[in-house]
Design a protein around this ligand. Structure first.
Ligand SMILES: [Zn+2]
Length: 117
């Protein structure tokens, strides 16, 4: 399953970036574009399976925000939302210039707060 690999990579990255603090992470927020082929339910399932196998991440929560697809119209000089994979602007011109929808990124990491912080 594609999502399992993504979750694995995400945790590897967190441990690399925060080698001394990764156990204090309480929440990770991901943004996934509709074109990134991420199924929010599958990614939640993969996440829960990973956390079950890795006790040190038991307190971590995952939030997935799904981003709509936006394409840019050269005629209007504006971006428009692509609905049902219809890459046509409201002015009638087609466009395949995707400006949003392919991304998959970590947008927020929340750590357990410490008393002296
Ligand atoms: Zn247009």
């Amino acid at each position: 399953m594609h999502e399992t690999g993504i979750i694995q990579e995400m945790f590897d990255l967190l441990q690399e970036e925060y080698p001394t603090r990764f156990q204090e992470i309480v929440k990770v927020q991901l943004e996934a574009g509709l074109l990134s082929n991420i199924q929010p339910i599958l990614i939640q399932n993969a996440f829960e399976a990973y956390v079950l196998d890795h006790q040190r991440f038991q307190g971590v929560e995952l939030e997935v925000k799904v981003l709509p697809i936006l394409a840019f119209c050269d005629a209007c000089k504006l971006s428009f939302e692509v609905i049902f994979h219809r890459f046509v602007c409201s002015c009638g011109k087609p466009s395949d210039k995707v400006v949003q929808g392919e991304e998959l990124r970590i947008t927020q990491i929340i750590f357990k707060s410490k008393e002296h912080e």
